[in-house]
Design a protein around this ligand. Structure first.
Ligand code: AMP
Length: 418
């Protein structure tokens, strides 16, 4: 496992449920992951040769890459060249996440419904295009910007300021090219498709809460909480998403001679004119994974191997259809701005409560004590037959966690609890 967040903790837990797994190494992992995996902290994921050498020495059967950066850097290509089985998209396919201009072109060329847009490398024509679109308008850095490269500009003044800031190098190379697009409204959902290059299996939908403050106020974060499934997605909407967004994208990548393998994560907005694609990510979401995986009953190793070996057409998946899941993210005070590290956390002992789980996102052990070492620090995940019950269970555990330097949003999944 490459990665160190709550997503990777959830995936390691899922792998450890499989009888086929004898040992997991996590590179670098975190304090929570160390309960199920051996954490390797002296190899950097960016050093592909060192990762390959480690895999060979340890006779690793499968490498799972959690975050986007190593995928965009081409780690899957390098592992495959070294004959090591690795799950995830190639460097070419990871452009669906790594370059918004690439993603928009694939969508436009294949009639995938998405916002009206244009790509710019100069300020003047970009400002003209935005004026014609009207306000608010959406300004996006082309490349990876740690989830911060999207601005919804309310008026011309903000639009000009943002465009100039992006071109001045706010996100370095990532904002030398920008996308200006139409502002869409509707409920947002995240869809996860497990892909083998030709076929896919839908893993379901989740919704996230991005803003730091209750009632969706304040700045954006990496995600303050999630719930799954999404009550906004009817069977008909699901069918449209699979037929108009997922299938044509997979077909398009195959036609480009770069079949897409891995997780195709669609950020989708349900407009009154139907579902439209906002963005693709080419890996699992964090904290969406935490609420997607517990509904999967099929052995997770079998699913991942079937995808890497191009056998999804012959693979069946079973879900726990009854389960409703809620994940509450605990953050360090100050996040998403400056926050303190190394603050002490005391976790409660959870006994006989298989329906709740504390996953670690940014934690470490220091002098044998559990401490926070990131902005998003813990994820409390609860499952129940109703969102109301799952919320109650999740916040009950949150309140038992002794960490005076942390905070949560109290309204995660509140809008769907009725
Ligand atoms: P992205 O990284 O492209 O998903 O954008 C981050 C967030 O910005 C999305 O989850 C939406 O909330 C918002 N967003 C992006 N594009 C649009 C759009 N065209 N219209 C409205 N909101 C958008």
């Amino acid at each position: 496992m490459i990665g160190s967040g709550g997503r990777e903790h959830a995936i390691c837990n899922k792998f450890s449920e499989s009888k086929k797994v004898t040992k997991i190494f996590a590179l670098p992992g975190n304090a929570g992951i160390s309960a199920t995996a051996e954490c390797i902290t002296n190899i950097k994921a960016s050093n592909h040769q060192a990762v390959i050498d480690f895999c060979r020495t340890q006779k690793i059967d499968l490498v799972f890459v959690g975050p986007e950066q190593p995928l965009v850097d081409g780690i899957i290509d390098d592992l495959e060249k070294a004959n090591i089985r690795a799950f995830g998209p190639s460097k070419y396919c990871a452009q669906l996440e790594g370059s918004k201009a690439f993603m928009k072109k694939v969508a436009a060329d294949n009639n995938v419904p998405t916002a009206i847009y244009e790509v710019f490398t100069k300020a003047e024509p970009a400002i003209e295009f935005a004026k014609n679109l009207g306000f608010p308008c959406v300004i996006k850095a082309d490349g990876l910007a740690a989830g911060k490269g999207v601005v919804i500009a309310q008026d011309l003044t903000e639009t000009i300021a943002t465009i100039e800031e992006f071109f001045a190098g706010k996100f370095g190379e990532a904002s030398k090219k920008i996308i200006i697009e139409e502002f869409l409204t509707g409920a947002e959902v995240s869809h996860f498709a497990l892909c083998d290059g030709s076929n896919f299996i839908s893993l379901g939908f989740a919704c996230d809460h991005k803003k730091v403050g209750e009632d969706e106020t304040g700045p954006n974060t990496g995600g303050m909480g999630t719930f799954s499934p999404s009550p906004f997605v009817t069977l008909e909407i699901e069918k449209t998403i699979l037929e108009k967004i997922v299938t044509p994208t997979l077909n398009a990548m195959k036609k480009l001679s770069h079949p897409f393998k891995g997780i195709l994560f669609g950020g989708i907005i349900l407009t009154k004119n139907g579902p439209k694609l906002l963005e693709f990510n080419t890996r699992f979401g964090d904290p969406e994974t935490q609420v997607i995986l517990p509904r999967i009953k099929t052995d997770f190793v079998d699913l991942i191997i079937a995808a890497t070996d191009e056998k999804l057409a012959q693979t069946k998946i079973e879900f726990d259809e009854e389960k409703k899941l809620v994940c509450v993210v605990m953050c360090a005070n100050g996040y998403p701005g400056d926050y303190k590290k190394d603050t002490e956390i005391n976790l409660p002992e959870i006994k006989n409560q298989p329906e709740v789980l504390i996953l670690h996102a940014g934690t470490a052990f220091k002098n044998e004590k559990l401490v926070a070492n990131g902005g998003r620090v813990l994820n409390v995940v609860a499952s129940a037959k109703s969102f109301k019950e799952a919320r109650r269970e999740a916040y009950e555990i949150v309140d038992l966690i002794d960490w005076k330097d942390g905070f949560v949003r109290r309204d995660i999944a509140k809008k769907v609890e009725a």
